[in-house]
Design a protein around this ligand. Structure first.
Ligand code: F6P
Length: 349
């Protein structure tokens, strides 16, 4: 191929810019020109009034000064219309008209589904895993995960200092959608006492007992890392619990939040418990060196595959080697369940 496209889609992840840069710079080096499409799949549907807002030719200079920046300069979005086959066909038409022979799609499993759909319609696509969630089974790491975990650890360190000063327990909610990878890694690296993830059933009464046990042992602080999807694996009968304690009469049972879980733990233990939701702080910020290097290695491989007329692949890393697998395999989710290490070293397990 002589002309390819690149887009970033879904939630932004630190290191996406480094991946775009790698596609562009290695493309130019191989005699392949690269068009950047904006706002994910919206850019190839080309719905803007002014098409200059949908795509641009990327030069070596346009990606200069980007490697250390978080976010994505091509911008990103989720694009529900893209589930529709007629919209996918229109996108292929647009790409053909521009002479774009294949496209690199950087994002998570939603992005890979879009790329796979285009490939099944005969258009060459390559998926590059860019998501903080690290929730794709085929690759050891996704771009952005390392930075997000480092950011979360830094926040937990700060929360720990405040919690110790007040002798409180703290529940810290991290992202990850249906996957516990960010939570487990953050807990391991920050020395959290308890971690709750969507992949493992848990009872709030057990967690309260562990907090009480920690207090009895004289622990000044207790950090619980709560994966945002862990509400789904909570097995306690909350309505029964809330009926039992007047202090819990305000808890709304149809949409339980991690802050409410912290309040319930406070009531069950009689120990002050505070909640912090880290939210989008985990997505922003300068990418770590590891993420920049991973993004560069993956971006180069993605470009090489298209240059050599290969599509329908997802690039990833396994045992430190860059690999590629069929896109249909690449979009499968990881089920993270490795809690053993944490339980082995936690004082309140
Ligand atoms: O997939 C990345 C992610 O940050 C998830 O961890 C989180 O559940 C989701 O995106 C949030 O998405 P949005 O940006 O649409 O709020």
């Amino acid at each position: 191929m002589k002309r390819i496209g690149v887009l970033t889609s879904g939630g932004d992840a630190p290191g996406m810019n480094a991946a775009i840069r790698a596609v562009v710079r290695s493309g130019i080096e191989s005699g392949v020109s690269v068009i950047g499409f904006k706002r994910g799949y919206n850019g190839i549907i080309m719905q803007s009034d002014d098409q200059r807002d949908d795509f641009e030719l990327l030069t070596g200079r346009s990606v200069s000064g980007k490697v250390h920046r978080g976010g994505t300069f091509l911008m990103t979005a989720r694009c529900l219309e893209f589930l529709d086959e007629s919209v996918q066909k229109k996108a292929i038409d647009n790409l053909n008209k521009l002479g774009v022979e294949g496209i690199v799609c950087i994002g998570g499993n939603g992005t890979f589904s879009g790329a796979d759909a285009l490939y099944k319609l005969g258009y060459p696509t390559i998926g590059v895993p860019g998501t903080i969630d690290n929730d794709l089974e085929y690759t050891d790491y996704t771009i952005g995960f390392d930075t997000a975990v480092n950011t979360a650890c830094e926040c937990v360190n700060r929360i720990r200092e405040s919690s110790e000063s007040h002798e409180r327990a703290s529940m810290v909610t991290v992202m990850g959608r249906d996957c516990g990878e960010i939570a487990i890694s953050t807990a391991l690296a920050s020395g959290a006492e308890i971690v709750l993830v969507p992949e493992k059933e848990w009872y709030i009464e057990d967690i309260a007992d562990r907090v009480k046990w920690g207090v009895m042992r004289g622990k000044a602080s207790m950090i619980m890392i709560f994966a945002e999807g862990a509400v789904k694996s909570l097995k306690s009968d909350l309505s029964k619990l809330c009926q039992k304690y007047d202090a819990l009469s305000e808890v709304s049972l149809h949409r339980v939040t991690s802050s409410q879980i912290a309040s319930i733990i406070e009531v069950l233990t009689g120990h002050e418990t505070r909640a912090t939701v880290l939210g989008y702080t985990q997505r922003g910020g300068a990418p770590s060196a590891s993420d920049r290097i991973l993004a560069t290695r993956l971006g180069v491989r993605a470009m090489q595959l298209l240059r050599d007329d290969t599509g329908g692949r997802a690039v990833g890393i396994k045992n430190n080697a860059i690999i590629d697998v069929p896109l249909s395999e690449g979009k499968l989710s990881r089920v993270s369940a490795n809690l053993e290490l944490i339980n082995m070293i936690s004082e309140v397990s």
